[in-house]
Unconditional design. Sequence first.
Length: 182
Amino acid sequence: MKTKSNQKKLMSSLLFFCMVFSISWAQTDEVVVIDSEYTQKSIVLEQLPQSTTVIEVGHSENPWKTVRHFLEDNTTVKTIHLFADTSNNALQLGGIAYDSERIDQEFELSMLEGVYQGTNIQLLVYDCNLGSNADGLALIKQISAMSYFNIATATNCTSVFDSNFSFDYKTMNQPISSSIFK
């Protein structure tokens, strides 16, 4: 009889430990969002820390909706590391080129304001194009205004993998995280 009682206690303890571990392991304050067609995707994935949560956005669903659903389910996220191809005035995500006009039409961006809980989520854009010109910075400000994200990017860089890469531009006067590669 004692053996069954001890087994039950052991099983209960083990289940409790597993539940606590899985909850704490699943809860993270950072997430990587990467476009499925990002030209440097394989390099990024190889260099990320092992336990990094990665969301790959493709053509099947609106990428901003995918991000919003993840944030609604993971309320501890404070930083999004975004890897997507860009030009001087557009961001390529989920098969959609988001320029100023397309951003104005993207209702999912304004839906992201609903995940705001007193602290703006950081969206760190790993890119050397958007931040290097006025049109790109205007696009970043536009996305920030619609989503309520504190968006940061580099204004002068040659590679997001460079040891000197830094987020020297941000849309809000709030501190930002450093590169996920540092």
